[in-house]
Design a protein around this ligand. Structure first.
Ligand code: SAM
Length: 366
């Protein structure tokens, strides 16, 4: 798909690479040359956010979703999904476990589920605040109205994650259909979140069918100008029960890719993480679960060695976790929270990295 280049632009620590140089590096496939990119990203990470890896305990609160995202396994039209919504007491138990494991942040994620009512979530947030000593709470509940976002901020939420997925408008509209009468404008929601005092996070998927090298270079330029606290970057993973997953499989079988298609590989994802680290030296960049799936042996380690400084261990109870299948084989679906925690701690020790203490917001590491 990509063509090897005769030479790659030089790199320095916290290099302000031009957009052209960024795109050049995205196309670089020579492993020996890529070592220079990995090293520059790792050194920038070390210099700006240190060796601490911040752990964010992830709780998948509900897999109900009103949306029809063509990439996502829990889209409304997937009737093969057994739906669940965790009771408040279970969410509270997960929060206590996060504290017991020493995680600074609890992340509450769900489909865009209006069965999660404003007051219910506000009450859960107040309870987490009063009944546990968690340092920070992040929400990732989709494109909720301002009144909800305001109430949850008041109730104790600190951060909100909303990936814009791709800056290619046409591609975004195709994979993320609007709800009736409501145009999806995630950039506008991100600005509102910041105005409400949230630390905002965004991100993209890498290798969406139809996504080009040039458009990913544009995504990285957007990150450069956005002042986000967290940027999540993971490979697009085709889910067979989704329209995009089926398109991916048809194209894969026929070798029929759009011109300039960016691959959804581990290496491509790592290039995007590394270049994002150079563009936003002090941002929090997770080594994503999706990345750990495309290379089960080394994906998470590579994420942490090529720019990443955050991991999100899953705390969702096992029975529900296997029903939150946004992509197939979500990592560690059958592993208990203890087992996941143990393997992450062992990984950090083997990489010579420490566990972050406290909230681990942007700027807290220095
Ligand atoms: N509903 C919220 C939202 O849309 O922001 C939060 C949950 S959503 C499942 C979280 C993220 O999962 C999305 O932003 C998307 O990037 C990622 N995701 C969903 N399906 C995926 C797939 N097939 N491959 C990789 N990432 C996927």
């Amino acid at each position: 798909m990509s063509t090897p280049r005769p030479s790659t632009p030089p790199l320095g620590v916290a290099d302000a690479l031009s957009r052209e140089a960024t795109e050049h590096w995205l196309r670089e496939d020579d492993e020996a040359r890529l070592e220079a990119l990995w090293a520059a990203a790792d050194e920038t990470r070390r210099r700006y956010v240190g060796d601490a890896v911040h752990l964010r305990g992830l709780v998948e609160v509900s897999n109900y979703c009103v949306r029809g995202c063509t990439y996502c396994g829990i889209r409304a039209a997937n009737h093969g999904v057994e739906r669940y919504r965790l009771p408040a007491d279970v969410v509270l138990d997960c929060a206590r476990r996060a504290v017991a494991f020493g995680y600074g942040t609890l992340v509450l994620q769900s489909g865009e589920d209006y069965g999660i009512e404003r007051d219910w979530m506000a009450d859960v947030l107040c309870r987490i605040r009063s009944e546990t000593s968690i340092s920070a709470i992040t929400l990732s509940l989709g494109e909720r109205p301002d009144d909800d976002l305001f109430a949850w901020r008041e109730a104790g939420a600190d951060r909100y994650l909303l990936r814009f997925e791709t800056c290619d408008e046409e591609l975004y509209r195709r994979i993320h259909p609007d709800l009736p009468g409501k145009v999806s404008d995630r950039m506008a929601i991100l600005r509102r979140l910041q105005a409400l005092g949230y630390q905002a996070g965004t991100g993209i998927m890498v290798g969406i069918p139809g996504q080009t090298y040039a458009s990913i270079a544009d995504d990285i330029e957007l990150f450069r100008g956005m002042d986000m606290d967290m940027i999540g970057i993971g490979p697009y993973l085709p889910h067979p029960a989704t329209p995009l997953g089926q398109e991916f499989e048809r194209r894969r079988a026929a070798g029929d890719w759009p011109l300039e298609q960016a691959p959804n590989s581990e290496s491509m994802t790592c290039k995007v993480v590394a270049l994002t680290r150079l563009a936003r030296p002090d941002a929090n960049l997770p080594a994503t679960t999706a990345l750990s799936l495309v290379n089960k042996a080394g994906g998470r380690a590579h994420g942490l060695q090529r720019g990443g400084n955050v991991v999100m261990p899953n705390l969702t109870p096992l029975e529900e976790r296997e029903r939150y299948e946004i992509y197939p084989e979500k990592a560690a679906v059958h592993e208990t929270a203890e087992a996941i925690n143990g393997s992450i701690m062992a990984l950090l020790a083997s990489l010579g990295r420490t566990v972050g203490v406290g909230a681990g917001g942007r700027g807290d590491s220095r």
